[in-house]
Design a protein around this ligand. Structure first.
Ligand code: PMP
Length: 344
């Protein structure tokens, strides 16, 4: 890429066109070739830059917003950061309702990027007036000239990935991709990317990654909402306690569920083996690949693309903190390496 010698008009010119990086070491025991779409290379360090820019520009094109207006969103952090970044450059006010499950680092970062942040309780139902959905809806009604991005229920979330992530992966693999593995939160990434890729080659297999404690996998299999599937879990940005319309279940072939603990260890392993410092859900996606390999899901000529959604720096107080890992019970008592660095 010619990026090195280029001068850009502003930071938004760097959104998208992220690299596809071959995974060489962590994948050694597996059959097939593995490539990571490393979304941390976006200027806001996550895949959410794509949807923030795309959705705001669509609203501009349709004359729905003009500079000085307010953009509102519910977010676990990444989307908020991206919206805040786009708002700074384009001259919008940014209001974010976030879950109390989000790390303090993320919340501070959003404030640094000029956003007004409302922290809402994580473990209340979506229709509770204290939930971040309801808070965002209320603010949208109260503030004149505001736009509610509503990423879980916005078709443009899917369209953003259909327009960029899908074509990029197709080009980067020269059409040789056989499997796509991606986390599903809003479902925008996997749905938009899969839709584009399957239009090019309907044989590409699309595997979604879901968390234990989320309803998504069960819904995909039964088309029924099963409340019994829902319980608290640690991974941020993956899985859900409701069914987002930004997920197109028909373009996804299967879902794999992963645990908080194994995903955290796998994220740390990616850093140590590939030198890629990525977030918790990247660990989850890689963990899904490990499980799929145990089931013999890939042949030796498979070309598997896995999406790594964000950067590891956002998880310093969580999965990359030995203390936090120990508090979760994620280190067993004989892990000397871990215990050495913990202050008691
Ligand atoms: N990983 C992280 C860290 C995220 O913030 C998100 C978005 N919530 C996802 C994965 C899932 O992406 P999507 O919402 O497009 O399904």
């Amino acid at each position: 890429m010619g990026r090195k010698n280029q001068v850009f008009d502003n930071v938004l010119d760097l959104v998208g066109n992220t690299p596809l990086i071959r995974l060489n070491t962590i994948t050694k025991p597996f059959k097939g070739n593995y490539y990571a779409k490393v979304e941390a290379f976006n200027p806001g360090h996550s895949s959410k830059d794509r949807i923030a820019l795309y959705i705001i520009e669509q609203a501009e094109k349709q004359g729905i917003i003009k500079p000085g207006d307010t953009i509102i969103e519910t977010t676990s952090g990444n989307t908020g950061f991206s919206i805040a970044m786009v708002s700074i450059i384009k001259g919008y006010n940014c209001i974010l309702a976030v879950s109390s499950k989000s790390s303090l680092d993320k919340i501070d970062m959003l404030k640094t990027m000029g956003a007004k942040v409302y922290v809402c309780p994580a473990h209340v139902s979506a229709d509770d007036p204290r939930s971040y959905y309801e808070v965002a809806k209320r603010l949208h009604q109260e503030i004149k000239g505001s736009v509610y991005i509503n990423q879980y229920f916005n078709q443009l979330n899917i369209d953003a990935h259909y327009a960029s992530t899908g074509p990029e992966i197709w080009k980067q693999t020269e059409g040789k991709i056989t499997h796509l593995v991606a986390c599903s939160g809003t479902g925008g990434t996997i749905s938009g990317t899969a839709k584009y890729l399957k239009e090019q080659n309907p044989n590409i297999k699309v595997i979604g990654v879901d968390a234990y404690g989320s309803v998504i996998k069960k819904y995909h299999e039964t088309r029924e909402f099963d409340e019994k599937e829902i319980y608290p879990y640690r991974i941020e940005g993956l899985g859900k306690n409701l069914i987002p319309t930004a997920t197109e279940f028909d373009v996804i072939d299967e879902f794999v569920k992963v645990t908080d603990e194994e995903s955290a260890h796998t994220a740390r392993e990616i850093a140590k083996t590939e030198g890629l410092f990525v977030g918790y859900t990247s660990g989850a996606a890689m963990q899904a690949i490990k499980q799929l390999n145990e089931e013999g899901a890939f042949e030796k000529d498979a070309n598997v693309v896995v999406v790594f959604p964000d950067h590891g720096s956002r998880y310093m107080s969580k999965i990359y903190s030995d203390k936090w890992m120990n508090e979760q019970g994620f280190f067993d008592s004989i892990n000397e390496e871990a215990l050495e660095s913990i202050e008691f």
